[in-house]
Design a protein around this ligand. Structure first.
Ligand SMILES: [Zn+2]
Length: 147
């Protein structure tokens, strides 16, 4: 729990800033995220909705995409914080869990917070047990090599 509070203190300002920039005219649900890369660089992201709702991008994936575009590599992202204005912390969606699992560090932690003390936190195996991974895909493409 001490680690969770430390992550909230470290990443919440950037996640709140990102949430304020959210483009969410359809849901009105502002979300900000901040992810910490190697050497402590923090990258923010917000949800970016679209009239074609299926292509809406969540804040978590926006922050991770920003981190990757700035040079972070698979496995270098250690902590990700999700912030939603209001009194309740919210869990990441399934698509974000898949992206976080593939790109964040094995020992990474994901935390969700809001404007109250309500906080949720997950390890990688907690937010996506039995994940489909790049290694799963390679095993299927090269069945002889997987055994
Ligand atoms: Zn999502």
């Amino acid at each position: 729990m001490k680690q969770v509070l430390k992550i909230v203190q470290k990443l919440k300002p950037q996640a709140m800033h990102a949430a304020a920039n959210s483009y969410s005219p359809y849901s009105g649900f502002q979300v900000g995220a901040a992810v910490c890369g190697r050497e402590g660089t923090v990258y923010g992201g917000c949800n970016v909705e679209n009239a074609s709702l299926g292509i809406t991008q969540c804040a978590e994936r926006c922050a991770i995409s920003t981190a990757i575009s700035c040079g972070e590599k698979r496995g270098t992202l250690a902590e990700l914080l999700i912030y939603t204005p209001g009194s309740k912390a919210h869990a990441p969606c399934g698509a974000c869990r898949q992206v976080m699992h593939e790109l964040m560090a094995e020992d990474s932690v994901v935390v969700s917070c809001c404007d109250t003390d309500d906080v949720m936190a997950w390890t990688r195996s907690e937010y996506l047990p039995d994940a489909f991974t790049p290694e799963s895909l390679l095993d299927e493409m090269n069945p002889a090599k997987s055994s």
